[in-house]
Design a protein around this ligand. Structure first.
Ligand SMILES: Cc1cc2nc3c(=O)[nH]c(=O)nc-3n(C[C@H](O)[C@H](O)[C@H](O)COP(=O)(O)OP(=O)(O)OC[C@H]3O[C@@H](n4cnc5c(N)ncnc54)[C@H](O)[C@@H]3O)c2cc1C
Length: 489
């Protein structure tokens, strides 16, 4: 018996549900709404659904940035990995551009595709049950990190590295890198992947790992979707703590703050180290707060404040120390995000700036950028981050890092009303100037934000990794259909 219903009944079902069904006209090279009883020019049978309705197309033409809007011709909600294979193959044959979309939290149209196909990965969110003694978990690319954390914590296990916000898809963060406060200990999320299941730009379903199709594996991790659509990943797990001790340590001097952060990651005293910069009463960004977290048993020892804070030069009278459950720590942004949504600020434009500074110049370069920054440039609900990473833990070639043992992530997570296009343009130009300054100092960018970039910039950005990325693109996406929104090829 056939696993799938006959194509005509699927299409009739879609039409009956009010979903437009599309066909691709190879002569005009365009998609068209097609009555369900007319030939469909070879649209494959699907377990899931293909959408061309206004709601689906306009949602896929937007993202968390709310700056770029490119309208696709259709949106695939796959019912299976086979659907992704079938539709990518279909698009490959006809040269139709394709972009996977996880949670749509890119800020500059990276998951958008004008006139092409958006593949929503949300339905591919299965998390394989863990067995006794598991040290890894297989997850669908559409799973959110919050779901992965909940599923593994039941077994006392956890992925080693999390982004600050958990409602991002596994495929979305593995395509960029995935940095967080645990990165100084464990590298980025991409450094903790054992195997990937991908659909190449030619529509081939492959498993890749350090030992199998290694070139593909290395081209997909932090590869900005240029060679394949990730449909599943096997992620390393470590023991999870039950509770953590969370420290906020205030500083009034940038250099001291940066030096103490460096000391903490060198000594590996904490499991997590980040830092924020806040404006003072006069609006100058001169308040510095280290956020550090010590994991309790069974992942770590019972935290000892005297040992952990030894030699630090923060203002002890302003320190805040709290013990909280591990998941509450991971999900610490949830209340703030709910408040931003409630206030309508989640729908603001987000021309984010995310840079990686060489550690030896971090205080100088960050100081110059902060001197020029006003609260208006950051906007309501915006945040400024500065925290250290450890280069030797970051082993993924396409996650470009400054040549420095302790690079610093510097981020200005801006928010501004989306209809003030002049302000958005000004902030994008400011992002470019900041990038140029950082690049001249030996830094690079973390490509999740909104920095105007052309193909020559990308070539420079990837540097020595460019030839291998370009070769993998030729091999695995020979018609160059994948993820044009990044503007790389
Ligand atoms: C509130 C917030 C907090 C954040 N915090 C952090 C943080 O702490 N650390 C950090 O590193 N990043 C952080 N980010 C950035 C975030 O990691 C990236 O923007 C990530 O790509 C978003 O995931 P997504 O599922 O929304 O991806 P999308 O926006 O849907 O896609 C992003 C890019 O990845 C591609 N892509 C998506 N899915 C796949 C797939 N399955 N296979 C191949 N390519 C794919 C898309 O085509 C697109 O080019 C944050 C973003 C937001 C909005």
């Amino acid at each position: 018996m056939s696993r799938r219903p006959p194509r005509r009944s699927v299409l009739r079902g879609l039409a009956a549900a009010g979903t437009a069904v599309i066909g691709f006209d190879p002569f005009t090279r365009s998609w068209a709404v097609t009555p369900s009883d007319r030939p469909l020019h070879g649209i494959p049978e699907l377990d899931g659904t293909l959408h061309t309705d206004e709601a689906a197309l306009s949602a896929a033409a937007d993202d968390f940035g709310h700056i770029v809007h490119r309208r696709p011709a259709a949106v695939l909600r796959p019912g299976s990995v086979a659907d992704v294979v079938a539709m990518v193959r279909f698009c490959h044959r006809r040269g139709i551009p394709v972009a996977p979309r996880g949670q749509g939290h890119a800020t500059n149209g990276q998951a958008q595709v004008a006139g092409g196909l958006v593949v929503e990965t949300t339905p591919l969110a299965a998390i394989q049950p863990l067995g006794p003694g598991s040290s890894s978990v297989r997850v669908g690319a559409g799973a959110k990190w919050s779901d992965v954390a909940k599923a593994t914590l039941v077994h006392g296990l956890t992925p080693p590295v999390f982004t600050d916000y958990l409602e991002l898809s596994v495929g979305g963060t593995l395509s960029v890198g995935g940095l967080g406060g645990q990165t100084h200990r464990h590298g980025a999320q991409v450094d903790n992947v054992l195997e990937l299941e991908v659909v190449t730009g030619a529509g081939e379903l492959l498993r890749c790992s350090p030992d199998r199709h290694r070139d593909l594996f290395l081209a997909v991790l932090a590869g900005l979707g240029q060679c394949a659509v990730v449909v599943g990943a096997t992620v390393r797990l470590v023991r999870a703590p039950e509770t953590v001790r969370h420290y906020l340590l205030p500083y009034d001097d940038l250099r001291t703050f940066v030096e103490d952060q460096r000391l903490l990651v060198r000594d590996r005293r904490f499991s997590y180290v980040e830092g924020q910069i806040v404006p003072d009463a006069a609006g100058a960004f001169r308040g510095y707060v280290i956020e550090a977290v010590a994991y309790g048993p069974p992942a770590g020892d019972v935290p000892d404040d005297a040992v952990l804070l030894r030699g630090l030069r923060h203002d002890p009278s302003g320190a805040e120390i709290t013990d909280i459950p591990y998941y509450d720590f991971l999900d610490r942004l949830a209340p703030a995000v709910a408040a931003l949504k409630e206030a309508g600020l989640w729908a603001y434009a987000h021309p984010w700036l995310n840079l990686l500074l060489p550690g030896r110049k971090a205080a100088d370069v960050a100081g110059r950028l902060l001197d020029a920054l006003t609260p208006g440039d950051v906007g309501p609900g915006g945040v400024v981050l500065l925290y250290p990473l450890v280069r030797e833990r970051l082993r993924t070639p396409l996650l470009r890092m400054p040549d420095d043992p302790v690079p610093y992530l510097f981020a200005v997570l801006r928010s501004t009303p989306p209809d003030d296009t002049a302000a958005v343009r000004r902030l994008l130009a400011a992002n470019r100037s900041a990038y140029d300054l950082v690049r001249a100092a030996g830094g690079t960018r973390y490509p999740v934000g909104s920095v105007p970039f052309d193909q020559a910039d990308w070539r420079r950005h990837f540097g020595s990794a460019w030839p291998r990325l370009a070769a993998a693109r030729k091999t695995y996406d020979p018609r160059g259909i994948l993820v044009p929104g990044q503007g790389i090829f």
